[in-house]
Ligand binder design. Structure first.
Ligand code: NAD
Length: 428
């Protein structure tokens, strides 16, 4: 199948590459010419395990190419995926201007039947709007609009794309279902064909539910702290029940990233527009904010004041295995510390480059050990597995005071206390 992907970011680039890997002919489009040039030169602008090799392999095989011309891509491709940003606006609603701009641009280049697939996360009924927009700018365009939400997780995006739990295809006509199934047939995953609105809703409902699980266990972690129970044991006990499942029951400093915060506030907003006040999700958001504040309070209680304290931060990415710092809780915590006069040094295996402009006052160091040197406290803010294997005994010796705050319950409390750390975590 000849496929165009408009938007070559985390979703578009990985999707396009995986489509090429299973044999499709893919053109990835981006309006950021520097990104296109760098992709053509073999530089991958994001860190995603396994992606670089796969891009190079498929470019060499002639199945994957990059362009800034939507016109060329639309002409060459029967199916056009839209994977552009859908960022939040100040009131929490979704900024659909990127989607609308692509719909208009695609419209004028359509000369024969095309399937336009929305892969970006969008409010229910956006597909209908995209179809109307294309028709407005090209009344003779023969199109079907499809919703195909993406469920990949950054950090394991290639693996998730190649082995999805399910593929959701929302169609408004049978004509589009066939080619869509053909595209996904090689992935050997269950394909669920729904109507357009349901597919769009599945994505917001799923992400909101996952965030709800995180906030639920975070609220439970508070009860654990107050009662002397251990949230990890509680989560294991809950998660062993197949109806619940263990995933997304890890207590911590809260969810962040480019998806959950915006998708939950979008879903609240969408519901509001449809006449329902989704108070349950408002509470999910409240708990998430509280979790970060509780963590900061714990650190402050130990240090008394942040001013002039040397605080080491391990982890800036919104989660492990990615360089993405968008809406990262770790960044929010660094900003709060800096605002109160702390001298913050940070280390992250992948995310320092992208974090620099967000926290210019934070000194980035070349290693975790350098962060700890002379520090009054050390905070673990991202669950990088590498941090488990650090030389913790030497790190403790190099600190001014051995205060260790594990915001991701990453380390073994018994081991850390045995090494002499004053160790605090979330609910254990
Ligand atoms: P991103 O910012 O990494 O990538 C978007 C790309 O689109 C950028 O490279 C940008 O230059 C390009 N772009 C913007 N306008 C364009 C235009 N008019 N023409 C061509 N290119 C254009 O964003 P992302 O993280 O890939 O997210 C894209 C969508 O997928 C969002 O709706 C997001 O919610 C959704 N999503 C993201 C993830 C994730 O983990 N990142 C997972 C599932 C769904």
């Amino acid at each position: 199948m000849n496929i165009a992907i408009v938007g070559s970011g985390y979703v578009g680039l990985v999707t396009g590459t995986c489509f090429a890997e299973v044999g499709h002919q893919v053109i990835c489009v981006d309006n950021d010419i520097r990104k296109v040039q760098s992709l053509r030169d073999g530089h991958i602008p994001i860190y995603e395990p396994g992606l670089e090799d796969l891009v190079k392999k498929n470019v060499a095989a002639g199945r994957l190419s990059f362009t800034d011309s939507i016109g060329d891509a639309v002409e060459a491709s029967k199916v056009i995926f839209i994977a552009v940003p859908t960022p939040p606006q100040a009131d929490g609603s979704v900024d659909l201007s990127y989607i609308e701009a692509v719909a208009r641009e695609v419209a004028v280049h359509i000369k024969e039947y095309r399937i336009v697939v929305d892969k970006s996360t969008v409010p229910v009924k956006t597909g209908e709007r995209v179809a109307i927009t294309i028709k407005r700018y090209n009344p003779s365009a023969d199109i079907d609009v499809v919703s195909n939400p993406e469920f990949l997780r950054e950090g394991s995006a290639v693996e998730d794309l190649m082995n999805p739990d399910r593929i959701v295809i929302g169609v408004s006509s049978e004509r589009a279902a066939g080619p869509m199934k053909e595209i996904y047939e090689p992935f050997k995953a269950p394909i669920m064909v729904t109507d357009l609105n349901s597919a769009e809703l599945i994505k917001h409902a799923a992400n909101s539910f996952l965030a709800l699980k995180i906030s639920y266990i975070n609220a439970v972690s508070l009860i654990c702290e107050k009662s002397g129970a251990n949230v990890e044991q509680v989560a294991d006990g809950m998660g062993a029940d197949k109806r619940i499942g263990r995933a997304f029951l890890n207590a911590g400093i809260g969810y962040g990233g480019s998806c959950f915060p915006k998708d939950i506030s979008a879903f609240i907003h969408i519901s509001q527009d449809l006449g329902y006040d989704f108070k349950l999700l408002r509470e999910v958001e409240n708990i998430n904010v509280l979790q970060k504040e509780r963590f900061l309070k714990k650190v402050k209680e130990a240090l008394w004041l942040f001013k002039d304290k040397k605080i080491g931060v391990l982890g800036l990415a919104f989660k492990g295995n990615t360089d993405d710092v968008r809406s990262s809780v770790a960044i929010g915590i660094c900003q709060a510390l800096v605002a109160e006069g702390a001298k913050v040094r940070a280390y992250d295996p992948q995310a320092m480059g992208k974090a620099r402009s967000l926290v210019p006052e934070v000194v980035m160091t070349e290693s975790a050990e350098a962060v700890a040197e002379g520090a009054d406290a050390l905070l673990v803010l991202t669950e990088w597995n590498d941090f488990k294997a650090l030389p913790w005994a030497a790190i403790k010796k190099s600190m001014v005071s051995p205060l260790l705050f594990d915001g991701r319950n990453l380390l073994n409390p018994v081991e850390m206390r045995a090494l002499g750390f004053t160790y605090a975590d979330i609910g254990r």
